[in-house]
Design a binder for this molecule. Sequence first.
Ligand code: SF4
Length: 143
Amino acid sequence: MAEPWYAAGLRFACTRCGRCCSGAPGHVWLSEAEADAIAERLGLERGRFREVYTRLVWRGGEPRRSLRERGDGACVFWSRAHGCLIYELRPRQCRTWPFWASNLVSPEAWQETARDCPGIGRGPLHDAATIAALAADDGLPPR
Ligand code: SF4
C-alpha cells in the first residue's frame, strides 16, 4: 500500500482559541452513548437532554444526532470564559480533530484546514499510523 502524503507525521497542538467551537454553524455529531454520558454528567434524563441540547439531522441516509448551536453559531457547550464545558466527555469528532479523513485527503485540504485552525503546524509531531487510525474512525457520518 502506498504511503500517505503525511508519512512523516503532522504537527498539531490545540491553542484553545475556540474557532472550531464558535465559528459558523455546523454539526457536532454525537453517538447515543456519548449523549447518554453527557446527560448523566448534567443530571438530566436521557430524553430531556436530547430535546434541549441536541437535534436530529438527516445525513448518510439516516437521522444523526448533533449538538445544538447558540444563536451566534457557537456550540451549545462552548463558553468564551471557560472553553468547552464538557471537555472530558466531548464527542469523538472533537477528539479526533483535526485528523478527520476529509482534512487529510491531500496536502492542499490540510493547508485549507490550517487556515482556520492555528493549532495545525505547531506542537508535537503525530505519527502517520496514529493519524490514519484517527481518520479511519473520526466520528463523522458518511457524506
Ligand atoms: S481551531 Fe484549532 S487551535 Fe483553535 S480551539 Fe479548535 S482545534 Fe484548537
